[in-house]
Design a protein around this ligand. Structure first.
Ligand code: BES
Ligand code: MN
Ligand code: ZN
Length: 498
């Protein structure tokens, strides 16, 4: 059976088959629907909760099998922590995520969740629903199904809410964002033999069905524009590069768009400066930035966001070969800046140099945000709990940080400044493509800054969070799809219908 998840929304009822889930706050007896469900069992709350050492803390669970007085085969009481705790939207998504984990371990196939708490606003219920679906996701399409997995495939959860109409709307909206995150996760997971530059471009082109305008630049078109930096990376690969431009026109036709730019290195071997073998397979995920931009465009188009947006992704493969670029080569970017290649493994910034310059030059965007699995150093600095944020605009940076807290995709701003430019001065060209180990993530950002031409800009270094991420409440898979949720939140909060 497939690993599938179905979500239903219904108004409040205790007539549930399968598992009935209710929430109880810390050191408080069941209230509302939870109280009615408990009363039906005729069990003594004080005695049972004491016996189970259940105090309603976040993550605690109490299970009653075959509860008397209820149709359900199991009553699952979950703690929410102190009333008011976990009240942020990210906290509600985590609540949904840990519920999915619990239902999966119990091999539940059908669950009904009572959400009649006053705190359960439509937006929070939607966050919980999102968390459920995000945690349920796994990437197993290359695994031959095992016999013992049969019958453990489909999970159907019904959320019972006070106002079905309001919840329906909020959930549909939020599920568009989840669709985007899951598309990004799928793209990052897919093996590099099956997802090359052209296959990725074809996936992006499918967004045309949703009304997204698609354009593609091939090698000759990029050569004509002078994109030697991006093309330098592609030169060693048998796979041709593509620059894919996705446009969503949900705003007034003459409004300047928001621009999102993604690093799409479908596999990063390091090139001639080849990487060590251990862990190199992870570099199938070096297109995590492009995957997030594609997922974001899917989310915005699905929920018909009232804003103009352009997504630009640079798709290349970094391989060593007789045609590959060499350390010592000097390339002229589209902007005219000359770049000395000192390390062919610092390739992401070369892709972004031309993609960023092209984007600001052609679209004159209101703002430009790039996402890239750019440096291993960002994982050394921040681990996998925050992505690195770099910006030339304090207001944009503050908005991004706030969106990160609400979406659960957290960002931490690192400094920039002309002092760091010294590290990327070249003896022979305008700049070199690596400043070595000190401040490795910052010098990468300083490099990008040369190509943004004073547009309000932010750079998200997602190398520590997009792939190989430890499990979180809302993700149990290798790739997180990081970037879709935080940027969707940013757009919703500040740029729609304005
Ligand atoms: N794609 C890598 C960065 C990366 C590392 C992404 C780990 C995801 C996980 C990037 O192209 C790279 O190789 N960066 C070099 C830069 C150095 C050569 C200046 C690095 O981080 O070592
Ligand atoms: Mn590299
Ligand atoms: Zn890379």
């Amino acid at each position: 059976m497939p690993h599938e998840f179905h979500l239903k929304i219904a108004s409040l009822t205790l007539k549930a088959t399968g598992t009935l889930v209710v929430y109880v706050a810390e050191d408080a007896p069941p209230a509302g629907g939870a109280a009615s469900a408990w009363q039906a069992t005729r069990l003594d709350w004080a005695r049972v909760s004491a016996a189970a050492k259940f105090r309603g803390r976040q993550g605690q669970a109490l299970e009653i099998l075959d509860p008397a007085g209820l149709e359900a085969e199991r009553l699952l009481v979950l703690g929410t922590g102190k009333a008011g705790q976990g009240a942020s939207l990210a906290g509600w998504a985590d609540r949904g995520g840990s519920l999915a984990a619990k239902l999966l371990t119990l091999k539940v196939e059908r669950a009904a969740v009572l959400l009649d708490d006053e705190a359960a606003t439509p937006e929070r219920v939607a966050a919980l629903a999102a968390g459920l679906r995000l945690r349920h996701y796994r990437f197993d399409r290359y695994k031959t199904p095992k016999k013992e997995d049969a019958g453990d495939g489909v999970l159907t959860v019904t959320l019972h809410v006070a106002s079905k109409q309001a919840a329906d709307r909020a959930i549909a909206d939020r599920m568009a964002t989840v669709d985007g995150t899951l598309l990004a996760r799928d793209l990052v997971h897919r093996p590099p033999n099956e997802l090359g530059t052209l296959e990725f471009a074809a996936e992006a082109a499918r967004l045309a069905d949703l009304g997204v305008g698609i354009e593609m630049l091939d090698q000759p078109a990029m050569a004509a524009l002078g994109m030697q930096a991006l093309l330098g990376v592609a030169r060693g690969s048998a796979r041709p590069p593509r620059l894919v431009i996705m446009r969503w026109q949900g705003g007034k036709s003459d409004d300047a768009p928001l621009a999102f730019v993604g690093k799409g290195v479908v596999f990063d071997s390091g090139g001639i400066s080849i990487k060590p073998g251990a862990g190199m397979e992870d570099m199938k995920g070096d297109m995590g930035g492009a995957a997030a931009v594609t997922g974001l465009m899917l989310a915005l188009a699905t929920r018909k966001a009232s804003v103009n947006v352009v997504g630009v992704i640079g798709l290349v493969e970094n391989m060593p070969s007789g045609t590959a670029m060499r350390p010592g080569d000097i390339l002229t970017a589209m902007s005219g800046t000359t770049i000395e290649i000192v390390n062919t493994d610092a390739e992401g910034r070369l892709v972004l140099a031309d993609a960023l310059w092209y984007t600001q030059d052609r679209f004159r965007p209101r703002l430009m945000i790039d996402l890239a699995t750019l440096t291993g150093a960002i994982g050394v600095a921040l681990g996998s709990d925050h992505a690195g944020l770099f910006s030339n605009d304090d207001e944009l940076a503050a908005r991004l940080i706030a969106a990160g807290l609400d979406s659960g995709e957290k960002l931490w701003r690192l400094p920039m400044g002309p002092a760091y430019d010294k590290l990327i001065e070249s003896r022979f060209a305008d700049i070199k493509n690596s400043g070595g180990r000190p401040a490795g993530s910052i010098t990468a950002a300083q490099f990008l800054l040369r190509f943004v031409n004073d547009v309000p800009w932010a750079h998200l270094d997602i190398a520590g969070v997009a792939l190989n991420s430890p499990h979180s409440e809302t993700n149990a898979s290798w790739s997180s799809g990081f970037g879709v949720a935080v940027l969707d939140r940013l757009v919703r909060d500040h740029y729609e219908g304005k």
